[in-house]
Design a protein around this ligand. Structure first.
Ligand code: ACO
Length: 428
């Protein structure tokens, strides 16, 4: 079978090489298309465009498969920790005992924020959205690390900023939350796990140290593992886009936070809880809500449903659903929102509208209920997603520089006015 495709347009003909990945995914290489034919391709929303080759994450949306560096998400969720998974995503292999210990120590040593950053936090109004604070403070971090604003992919010039971002993002998130609550910042506790330390930074009081329930700590760790990477989604593509101009790792991940914030992406986990709360508090019948979500004239959508890539199920949602049950049981919590969520899911799974559009619960559908159960305030949900996604963003930023990719610069088909004369003011 030929591994070339032939494209004919008017009197021109070009052969396009087919590039096949290790999982037999194939794409046509169009890099020479414009030079040889004058044509570009048009794909708004990039739904059918491969922007890179990548060794990091594999998704088969039709089969509901997600793997980091070849390892199934189900196995990582069961056997790994967030620190181990972060190492795997960043460096490509599971760490040895020594490598993991060194990595954890590096992350632990970077838990503190420079005291000078206090003033920046105090400058934000109480109601500042935490994602805005997070994005801003990641750029502020670069101001305290001006010797690390490089595109290095090896050695301390890479490992140090990577460790700083992965570690300090917890303190930034917790400090932002505590400032909005008028509470003092807690010093980190390096004796705790990555997730345990974050929970301590969020919830400990000066004379009342928060001791995380082991199930809660594990549930948070699992949440972070499930969010560690997801190939070329909106925020990761943004990180690559910004990084491609050779902007620093700090500014690239700061831009990633901005992209993740939106309700169609990471912001959906907050929107799911807002939707379930509205249904609960206003006594809306789930059936009526589903009808509204199907109605094109209504602005309502079933938040937490649908995905650009997954067309059978989102494996992360499946894992989280099981975890939600376990955590609520362990903490002896009964959440009426969970019953509504089950009801909506049941209805959506059997309705023609959702089936024919392949709309299934995505990772955000159950993650909100899990985060709520472990005491995370709703406006911090997307921040938690960002904390989990840092290893993936940094791994993609690194891979792009290892491959020496060109600056990202899509083209367009111009549809505006053609050349016209300037109209003097009095004639307009
Ligand atoms: N509720 C109701 N209808 C929906 C939903 C939904 N949640 N999602 C998609 N549809 C419908 C669309 O109206 C469209 O219908 P049509 O073909 O009759 O016009 C069809 O399904 C296809 O939807 P698109 O919007 O074209 O799908 P796209 O791939 O562009 O968008 C997205 C995917 C953004 C995730 C969308 O499904 C959505 O808005 N979902 C709700 C928000 C959400 O949960 N986002 C989190 C995604 S996961 C993540 O980012 C971590």
């Amino acid at each position: 079978m030929s591994d070339k495709a032939t494209l004919k347009y008017q009197d021109k003909e070009i052969e396009l090489d087919a590039i096949t990945g290790t999982e037999e995914e194939t794409g046509l290489d169009i890099t020479q298309l414009r030079a040889k034919t004058g044509l570009i391709t048009l794909d708004p929303g990039y739904a059918n465009t491969g922007s890179c080759t990548s060794d990091i994450t594999f998704i088969d949306g039709e089969k509901g498969i997600l793997r980091y560096r070849g390892y199934a998400i189900e196995e990582l969720a069961e056997k790994s920790t967030f620190m181990e998974t972060a190492y795997l995503v960043l460096y490509g292999e599971l760490p040895t005992t020594e490598q993991l210990a060194l990595f954890e120590k590096q992350i632990s040593d970077e838990s503190y924020l420079h005291y000078g950053m206090k003033g920046h936090f105090e400058g934000f109004p109480d109601k500042a959205p935490p994602m805005a604070v997070l994005s801003a403070m990641l750029n502020v971090l670069s101001c305290y690390n001006t010797d690390l604003l490089t595109t290095a992919t090896e050695g301390p010039k890479f490992t140090v900023p990577a460790a700083k971002i992965i570690s300090k993002v917890r303190a930034i998130a917790a400090w932002a939350y505590r400032t909005s609550q008028g509470k003092p910042f807690m010093p980190p506790r390096p004796d705790l796990s990555y997730s345990g330390n974050f929970l301590h930074l969020m919830f400990s009081q000066t004379f009342d140290m928060y001791e995380p329930h082991p199930d809660v700590e594990r549930a948070l760790d699992l949440f972070l593992i499930l969010h560690a990477d997801h190939e070329q989604n909106c925020s990761t593509s943004t990180v690559r886009m910004v990084g491609s101009s050779h902007a620093s790792m700090f500014s690239a991940v700061s831009a990633g936070v901005g992209a993740l914030w939106g309700p169609l992406h990471g912001g959906a986990n907050c929107e799911v809880i807002k939707m379930l709360t509205k249904i609960h508090e206003e006594g809306i019948k789930p059936r009526d809500f589903v009808e509204k979500a199907k109605d094109k004239n209504s602005p309502e959508k079933l938040m937490g449903f649908g995905h650009r890539v997954y067309k059978s199920f989102d494996p992360r949602a499946k894992i989280l659903k099981g975890q939600v049950d376990a955590v609520l049981k362990a903490l002896n919590i009964s959440d009426p929102l969970l019953d509504i969520a089950y009801e909506l899911e049941e209805m959506a799974r059997s309705e023609e509208y959702f089936i024919e559009r392949n709309l299934y619960p995505n990772v955000d559908f159950y993650s909100g209920i899990l985060l709520r159960a472990i005491g995370i305030p709703v406006n911090m949900f997307t921040v938690l997603f960002a904390i989990g996604r840092m290893p993936g963003w940094i791994a993609n930023w690194r891979e792009m520089h290892v491959q020496s990719l060109r600056i990202s610069r899509p083209r367009q088909i111009y549809t505006g006015a053609t050349l016209r004369d300037y109209t003097p003011m009095e004639q307009r």
